[in-house]
Design a protein around this ligand. Structure first.
Ligand code: FES
Ligand code: FES
Length: 150
């Protein structure tokens, strides 16, 4: 069967199986920045924005995405670069595997609540499990990014 959706602002039609997850459909259609980690909703590396909200694409059935808006990290390139700059300055950068999902989640937080405090940042990022560089510097870098109007 076919589904129509918008990915990073472009209308797309994908052939899918009825029981297929969005993660598999996106990866098969050349969106490799959407990573596969645990495949069971635990790690967060498969995060995409679905109608602007972060979701683990390994748990969203593609069939439920008809006419939805999907954003991968390629769709927020400038914001991802800004965030990377703050992460880099504070030595808080994620690995290449985890960067895309982190960037999408933090971007979504910025849209929702630019003035998020430490606790709110922690709660928002609860689904992004691995932070190989630690948590403290990341929270600081995220605060700087949230206040970055450049
Ligand atoms: S691969 Fe989806 S949450 Fe881990
Ligand atoms: S494996 Fe990517 S940040 Fe830990």
């Amino acid at each position: 069967m076919k589904i129509n959706l918008k990915v990073n602002g472009i209308d797309k039609t994908f052939l899918i199986q009825k029981n297929e997850y969005l993660l598999d459909v996106l990866r098969r259609n050349d969106y490799p920045s959407v990573r596969r980690g645990c495949d069971n909703t635990s790690c967060g590396v498969c995060t995409v924005l679905l109608d602007g909200k972060p979701v683990p694409s390994c748990s969203v059935l593609a069939i439920r995405c008809e006419n939805k808006i999907i954003t991968t990290v390629e769709g927020i390139e400038k914001e991802a670069e800004k965030l990377a700059k703050h992460f880099g300055e504070l030595g808080a950068d994620q690995c290449g595997f985890c960067n895309p999902s982190m960037a999408l989640t933090v971007y979504s937080l910025k849209l929702e609540n630019k003035e998020a405090n430490e606790e709110e940042i922690k709660n928002y990022l609860v689904g992004n499990l691995c932070r190989c560089t630690g948590y403290v510097a990341q929270h600081e870098a995220i605060k700087r990014y949230l206040g970055d109007e450049s």
